[in-house]
Ligand binder design. Structure first.
Ligand SMILES: N[C@@H](CCC(=O)N[C@@H](CS)C(=O)NCC(=O)O)C(=O)O
Length: 231
């Protein structure tokens, strides 16, 4: 079955949405974005949004007429539907390693690295409209512990699943790229240089460059990310 264009619900500011876009880009799937306040609005937390995602999160997607939520499920579906090199290793141990990393990223990276760090620079809510440094500082031990594990993995292999570029790398790359735009993220990453060394090859892929461009174009006014002049 060759699906028609994939409809992605959510803004590319979300690293999870970026992962879905990256998967489409890598697998040659055409897609459209429905972003709250931009093209066709599906407002977050509204009854409309709940029809797409019962827990009011992004992303959600429509693929071949079926609605899905959960990034991993969406990316797996896209990977299976399109011809060409799969982003899921065939070899069982490598496939399990990929799965381990996707689950770890959801459980141990998203909250400290994004909710407690990056999102405070994207949507500053502290004094004088600046990031709330107390929340960020409190998250640093957990962020360091997470990056340490990631650095062990990238020190051993080129990709998280071993020699096979996989969905796991597409889950972590947008998180690390977003962390690079915060002073605390930059500092913490400087202690684990192998992470950026290995991820450079993902950042350099045309899929990533297109997706990151899209991410930048949706950043809100007043954000405090460091490699931009907005703050
Ligand atoms: N388990 C979900 C997590 C999705 C998620 O947490 N998305 C964030 C954006 S990065 C979100 O919707 N945040 C809005 C909120 O929590 O209110 C997945 O894998 O897709």
């Amino acid at each position: 079955m060759k699906p028609s264009s994939i409809k992605i619900i959510g803004t590319p500011i979300s690293h999870y949405v970026e992962t879905v876009i990256l998967t489409c880009e890598e697998r040659g799937a055409s897609y459209t974005l429905q972003v709250n306040g931009h093209d066709t609005p599906v407002a977050l937390k509204t009854p409309d949004h709940l029809l797409w995602h019962p827990f009011a999160k992004i992303p959600a997607a429509e693929i071949a007429g079926a609605k899905f939520y959960e990034t991993s499920a969406i990316c797996r579906c896209i990977d299976l539907l399109f011809e060409g090199t799969s982003l899921v290793p065939q070899e069982p141990l490598a496939a399990a390693r990929m799965e381990q990393w996707i689950s770890s990223i959801n459980c141990y990276y998203h909250r400290p690295c994004i909710s407690n760090l990056v999102s405070h620079y994207v949507f500053p809510r502290g004094p004088q409209g600046k990031p709330d440094k107390s929340i960020i500082q409190a998250a640093m031990p957990e962020i360091q512990a997470a990056l340490r594990q990631l650095s062990y993995a990238y020190a051993q292999n080129d990709y998280l699943a071993g020699q096979h570029f996989s969905l796991a790398d597409l889950f972590i790359a947008p998180i690390i790229r977003q962390m690079q735009q915060t002073p605390e993220g930059q500092e913490c990453l400087s202690f684990f240089p192998v992470i950026e060394e290995k991820l450079c090859r993902v950042f350099g892929r045309p899929s990533f460059q297109r997706t990151h461009q899209l991410y930048r174009s949706y950043l809100p006014e007043g954000h405090c990310l460091v490699d931009d002049t907005a703050c």
